[in-house]
Write a protein that binds this ligand. Structure first.
Ligand SMILES: [Zn+2]
Ligand SMILES: [Zn+2]
Length: 99
């Protein structure tokens, strides 16, 4: 037997509230980008909780930033390695500013 929507007690559940885990149907669900909720209050509470946790809230941006940081680090490392290789005469890199 399928669980029913706790809001209208009529239609079968479609989503589970990400805040209180109640079951809601498609018509009653309060949907935002991150997911579905049984009410606007739950959506607000969920957003507040996310914003209250800096680590959790910025996980997506922070992750991207660390990837960019890692890439920049790798590029710097590669340029340094190329400069070193050129300095010791292993390879010839005309595009690299020489000493
Ligand atoms: Zn409903
Ligand atoms: Zn809820």
């Amino acid at each position: 037997m399928a669980e029913k929507c706790v809001v209208c007690h009529d239609r079968p559940m479609k989503f589970r509230c990400m805040q209180c885990h109640k079951t809601v149907c498609e018509q009653c669900a309060f949907r935002i980008e991150e997911g579905a909720f049984c009410s606007r209050e739950c959506s607000d509470a969920y957003s507040d909780r996310r914003h209250a946790e800096p680590a959790g809230a910025s996980r997506r941006g922070g992750g991207l930033r660390s990837v960019v940081k890692l890439l920049i680090g790798l590029i710097v490392l590669a340029v340094l390695a190329a400069a070193l290789a050129r300095a010791v005469g292993w390879i010839d890199l005309p595009w690299l500013p020489g000493p």
